[in-house]
Design a protein around this ligand. Structure first.
Ligand SMILES: Cc1cc2nc3c(=O)[nH]c(=O)nc-3n(C[C@H](O)[C@H](O)[C@H](O)COP(=O)(O)O)c2cc1C
Length: 175
């Protein structure tokens, strides 16, 4: 199967990790994949915080209700108006940062890593918690936190293709 499709189907949410660390070169590859994502008007409103510090990871784990996983690394994907080119394009920061997030997940799968996307925005308690722990200023918005590590659980590759969700040419109402 073609490499891109293979990685897309292989990407599953991994929530149990080995103790093996992820080296800086590998994390940098994931960030390169992130920044290759499409963005409205190529605005690239994103910034990233890479976390490998055990104490910070422990704080994240203990305070995020749906993010208590033992990964050796995490990447927070953020949007910052000040690094983006225009107000009009910044309106698309959620889509832009989601595209960057998904690129990280797919690249990681291709490299044999496991990841899970922890949703931050629009959950204010989660964005606030992440901002507090990582010293993120109030005008920089966390979209997601991605745990990264080597998988200690096996999940089969899959598509969840459902023909009934697809309309060819024009929308056809069923039932
Ligand atoms: C926007 C978003 C937010 C998510 N938030 C969480 C989360 O807080 N905790 C978690 O364990 N998984 C989270 N997930 C992962 C989903 O639960 C997961 O993608 C879904 O169950 C499908 O499984 P798969 O990723 O293995 O295909 C999130 C996924 C997305 C796209």
């Amino acid at each position: 199967m073609e490499d891109a499709l293979k990685s897309i189907f292989k990407r599953r949410s991994i929530r149990v990790f080995t103790r093996e660390e992820v080296d800086k070169d590998t994390l940098t590859k994931l960030l390169q994949a992130a920044m290759a994502a499409p963005s409205a008007s190529n605005n690239r409103p994103w910034e990233f915080v890479v976390i490998t510090d055990q104490d910070l990871l422990k704080q994240l784990r203990s305070r995020l209700e749906y993010g208590k996983y033992n990964a050796p690394a995490a990447i927070a994907v953020l949007a910052n108006y000040k690094v983006s080119k225009s107000a009009t394009s910044f309106r698309f920061w959620v889509q832009d940062c989601s595209a960057a997030t998904e690129n990280i997940l797919i690249a990681a799968a291709g490299l044999g890593l496991g990841t899970v996307w922890i949703g931050a925005y629009p959950k204010e308690d989660v964005t606030q918690t992440i901002a507090e722990i990582l010293d993120i200023p109030q005008d920089v918005f966390p979209l997601s936190l991605i745990y990264v590590g080597y998988p200690a659980e096996d999940k089969p590759p899959r598509t969840q293709y459902e023909e009934s969700r697809v309309h060819w040419q024009r929308y056809k109402t069923s039932v």
